[in-house]
Design a protein around this ligand. Structure first.
Ligand code: SAH
Ligand code: SF4
Length: 425
């Protein structure tokens, strides 16, 4: 989501005649776009801005801005705590960057700051997918915001209520991107499964239409919510497996039903496992990944063990696991029984140890297989990389003119995060 927001900022600035520079000391404008889903990145913003203190002294005209969720969440606080910052803008104010900069350039004193971090409800609420150089693979937003209010999560407060883009706008974006050479799209939303177009189409309808009516060769999407992932969607994925990648990111957060209830996730351990069973039965060779939180308030060792067992039982190729981090405005931040940082760290390490061992074994199955790899980058002389339909980054030898093509690669070595292989003729 943030990479996509940065791309949009970059494209908008380029259209306003800004050009990129190699080093910060050559810049007249520096924007930091950061995520606030966990606490660490918020601290990083302050320390990152601090590193520009000398630059600002040498060049008092240098403008420093903070955007994205941190901007949305912290607003005035950012400027108060870090006077080097000239402007703060929220997730909905990216399109207004040119006006914000104009205001700053016309200000009478460097003490005048600009804050544009309110939620705007305009139609259409998005500018089109403004991507400067979309390359082979790109993102397209289909929803913004979230209505789920998981008790740990700041997203509903930083990105506002959920809103779906009309299907016709998404299709227009995709057709435009295909003309510019894009082969693969990742449809983006906090909970894509609750997508509803103004024409009544749901997410499964949208995926099917994208597969059948656009020239996009490969379709991915993220993120799914287990409570809304339904059989209709599984059927569409199975029916269009030639285009829709057999990879699903399905965060479970905790393997224990009591904790899931306290998280307000809307499903139990059993219901999640039942969905996984249905998915595996419907989509051949499906590859799964997930998000997990350890040390949610009140989580006992036994309850944490339920999470470990879930990882062992389901067989995720990749897990994204985090220590619970209390976030402003959220319910769980006010729960009693907050868990000690040391216990959280220790649980996280144990979880990664279990998964590391398992994933080394699981990925071995790829050795000897021939996978369809969409070539994305030249990595060096006669060296290429791309991703398989299973979302595995794959390195192999081949000529630069293969970028943008899907080629068969026979896997010779499989590690949890990368595959190596040889181009098959
Ligand atoms: N919409 C997605 C995830 C959005 S945030 C979903 O519902 O799954 C991405 C991930 O960050 C979450 O899945 C969760 O695992 C993690 N996360 C969110 N808030 C967190 C918090 N307060 N502490 C630790 N991890 C958190
Ligand atoms: Fe956050 Fe839950 Fe919404 Fe995901 S579904 S963005 S975790 S509130």
């Amino acid at each position: 989501m943030n990479v996509n927001d940065s791309e949009r900022m970059y494209s908008i600035l380029e259209m306003s005649n800004f050009t990129p520079v190699e080093k910060p000391d050559q810049a007249s404008l520096i924007i930091i776009n950061s995520c606030s889903v966990r606490e660490k990145p918020v601290h990083k913003v302050y320390s990152e801005v601090g590193t520009y203190r000398d630059l600002k002294k040498q060049n008092p005209d240098l403008l420093i801005g903070v955007g994205g969720c941190v901007g949305q969440q912290e607003k005035e606080k950012l400027i108060k705590n870090q006077p080097l910052i000239d402007f703060v803008f929220g997730t909905d104010a990216i399109d207004e960057l040119p006006q914000t900069l104009q205001t700053l350039l016309g200000r009478s004193s460097s003490k005048d700051k600009v804050i544009s971090a309110q939620f705007h409800h305009r139609e259409p609420y998005h500018v089109d997918t403004l991507v400067r150089n979309p390359g082979v693979s790109t993102f397209v937003n289909i929803t913004k915001g979230c209505d789920n209010f998981c008790t740990f999560c700041v997203v509903p407060f930083t990105r506002g209520r959920e809103k779906s883009r009309p299907m016709k706008h998404v299709l227009m974006d995709l057709n435009g991107l295909v003309k510019r050479g894009v082969k693969e799209v990742t449809l983006l939303g906090q909970n894509v499964n609750s997508y509803t177009s103004d024409c009544g189409a749901d997410f499964a309808d949208l995926l099917k239409t994208v597969a059948m009516e656009t020239g996009i060769e490969r379709i991915r999407y993220t993120t799914s919510h287990p409570k809304d992932f339904n059989q209709k969607l599984m059927d569409v994925m199975a029916e269009h497996q030639n285009k829709i990648c057999e990879y699903i990111h399905l965060p479970f957060q905790s393997g224990n039903s009591r904790i899931l209830e306290k998280m307000n996730r809307g499903y139990t351990r059993e219901e999640y496992l039942e969905k996984i069973k249905q998915i595996k039965a419907t989509i051949p060779n499906v590859v799964l990944s997930t998000d997990i939180i350890v040390g949610f308030p009140g989580e006992t060792e036994e309850e944490f063990q339920d999470t470990v067992r879930m990882v062992e039982e389901v067989g995720y190729e990749t897990i994204f696991a985090f220590k619970y981090s209390p976030r402003p405005f959220t319910k769980a931040a006010r729960f009693e029984e907050q868990i000690d940082e040391d216990i959280k760290s220790e649980r996280l390490n144990r979880l990664f140890d279990v998964h590391d061992k398992l994933s080394f074994e699981w990925v071995k199955k790829y050795e000897g297989q021939t996978l369809k790899v969409l070539v994305e980058k030249v990595e060096g002389e006669n060296k290429l990389s791309g991703r398989s339909t299973q979302n595995k980054v794959t390195f192999f030898e081949g000529p630069a003119d293969l970028v943008g093509q899907t080629v068969p690669v026979k896997i010779t070595r499989a590690l949890p995060n990368v595959l190596r292989g040889q181009l098959e003729s």
